[in-house]
Write a protein that binds this ligand. Structure first.
Ligand SMILES: [Zn+2]
Length: 136
């Protein structure tokens, strides 16, 4: 199974590397939302957020903060988004987990098209209970 991110990590494919440590690599997204849009990727091939071992996840979050800080200092955008797409329905296209960090600018016309819902009377508790019962 070929994976473009594994190819970048192994050096088979080129990338503009921004940050690297023993567990994480970070590089420019080749199709950026804004110039300076960066991906932060665990070196192990983990499919999604829930697949990543805890110690790798901590390294990934650590690296994400370093890179976000560098974007703010280096590019001086008005803000930034940090997000990840997990699963086809959520827009995941490379099935090797990655965190996106993209600079944002006032009036940049990028919007999530949200259709916010309203819970009916007891629905909120039902949803909370279904999720809470899985947390141990
Ligand atoms: Zn991979």
């Amino acid at each position: 199974m070929s994976c473009i991110f594994c190819d970048i990590i192994s050096g088979k494919s080129p990338a503009e590397i921004i940050y690297e440590d023993d567990k994480v690599v970070s590089f420019l997204d080749v199709k950026p939302i804004h110039f300076g849009h960066i991906l932060v990727v665990p070196k192990g091939h983990y499919v999604d957020f829930l697949d990543i071992p805890e110690d790798n996840l901590l390294s990934l979050i650590h690296a994400t903060r370093i890179v976000a800080g560098a974007i703010m200092k280096g590019l001086k955008p008005d803000g930034y988004n940090i997000f990840s797409n997990n699963g086809v329905a959520a827009g995941q296209s490379v099935f090797h987990f990655h965190m996106h960090i993209t600079p944002r600018y006032f009036n940049d016309e990028i919007k999530f098209m949200l259709n916010l819902k309203n819970y009916k009377e007891t629905e909120m508790k039902k949803f909370a209970d279904r999720i809470r019962q899985e947390i141990q």
